[in-house]
Design a protein around this ligand. Sequence first.
Ligand code: TPP
Ligand code: DXP
Ligand code: MG
Length: 590
Amino acid sequence: MAENILNTIHSPRDLRRLDESELLQLSQELRKFIINIVATKEGHLGASLGVVELTIALHYVFDTPQDLLIWDVGHQAYGHKILTGRREIFETNRQLHGLSGFPKREESQYDAFGTGHSSTSISAALGMAIASKLQGELEKQHIAVIGDASIASGMAFEGLNHAGVTNANLLVILNDNAIGIDPSVGALKEYLTRAKIGHKPANDNIIEALNFNYFGPVDGHDLPGLISILKKLQQIKGPKFLHVITKKGKGLKKAEEDQIKYHAPGKFEPETGELLPKNQEGLPSKYQDVFGLTLVELAEKNEKIIGITPAMPTGSSLKYMMEAFPERAFDVGIAEQHAVTLAAGMATQGFSVYCAIYSTFLQRAYDQLIHDVALQDLPVIFCLDRAGLVGEDGPTHHGVFDIAYARCIPNLMIAAPRNETELRNLLYTVQEELEHPIMIRYPRGRGVLKEWKLPFEKIAIGKAEKLKNGDQIAVLSIGNMAENASEAIQKLKNPGAVAHYDMRFVKPLDLDMLKHIFSEFDQIVTIEDGVARGGFGSLVLETASELGYSGKISILGVPDTFISQGSVSQLQEIAKIDVEAIRQKLESML
Ligand SMILES: Cc1ncc(C[n+]2csc(CCOP(=O)(O)OP(=O)(O)O)c2C)c(N)n1
Ligand SMILES: CC(=O)[C@@H](O)[C@H](O)COP(=O)(O)O
Ligand SMILES: [Mg+2]
């Protein structure tokens, strides 16, 4: 038997020549390869470890890339990428100019569909299956692998509902490990649990009720068994559903034991799984913790406060309120649309509802934001974490569109605190007498302050703040860009030439302050961690036009292109919103 089989696999064709014992050896080598690389290069770990056998079985049985394979969310597709010709460059995963952390059509013919946001795989695979049928390709297979948390999302049900009335050649594989990033929630989770422990009454099969041919549940780590059932399914036409039971983090004891942490653990010791300690001494707090801990403080005194998260208790830090006030803090699963309208319903009854949702994931609930919240002017508080460039997750996850997509919605206010204390005071201010819905955006990661937990102070809604005097140029920053702007101004040959205003609110914009700025300066630079097209700077430009301002306005923001993955500092440099780019821009104007 070859010393190392994985090194001989350059495409699934090489894999299909292996015998059973070689396939079993390959699964061990692949698992070890994933552990070793993620241990140093970081990334998503648990999900990929959980589908090592399934990945090998799928590429062994099906004729990929002719047969189309879609990985829902795609964070579990490291094995898929390694077996489809990207092993040698996999160490560039999630890095600038490297591989995407998710399947990406332009990256490989084996990546049938780009993913990153959950619950799209069934719709995409069904679309491909119907297209194949229309083109007479009746033998082609279309496979969607979707997790137990992702299949509970509305969009997945929409796909299942449609598929059930087509005789499309579709195989939906439910990868059921009973966990999302945090434990899965909801009635479907309980149904699947019953199915797994054999308590499911024969007639209580939701999937068969949707006209799918249901198979399972089967052991997702039994490679020969998986190959056997997939070969059987390959011969059956029409919509089929295979329920596979796996363990997230399989093969690394620590990852199996702490599946939340090892979803994306950071660097660790590959042999033991021990996390490598990060020296966090004296570092600023993460914005998410400022949100989570402040909300607990407020909820202790205000019984009308409710918290909601769509499947991100740990990522948003709503977990603190879920622990402290479980009756007033809800993880609704991967259900952003439901989360927003649930919040709206609660707001009609006089509750102060803090909906904690990543900027990029709120995109999924855009109609609910307009139709259910803003149109009815319901005072929901959207705590928009991961606003701006987020780094290694790349274009599917950058929260760069929210200012542009929200500022055109009447009634909806938009705030962007420049630091942790400002965020804390905003959260405190909006808990009472909030007349309109508000979106409070803040970035992924750590803030800028050594100490943020100061006594609460009310924030004047819609009021900007002058941070620095200057006599030639006015810099108008929003949110976390205040830090980059301040640093850039200090590096100028003549810092005194540049004034700096933290506008704090996109809507309502501080018109009094803006009129004052228009009257004092004939050069203005706006800076935002968001798209320049239609963002904060565009609003200033529109307002300048309405007010007849004749000065020059320069907008610094994310350009009209998708920004790839990389470190936040690398990406801010690409977007020209980093300190050096701001400095150069200002220097060129002086
Ligand atoms: C629309 C959307 N909301 C939230 C997320 C964040 N997210 C990434 S993976 C994940 C959990 C997925 O769980 P599951 O589908 O069970 O897959 P597993 O990780 O267990 O393999 C979540 C909530 C996302 N990617 N997309
Ligand atoms: C795959 C996915 O969508 C999540 O795991 C996401 O990567 C979490 O992002 P944070 O790491 O910013 O919480
Ligand atoms: Mg799962």
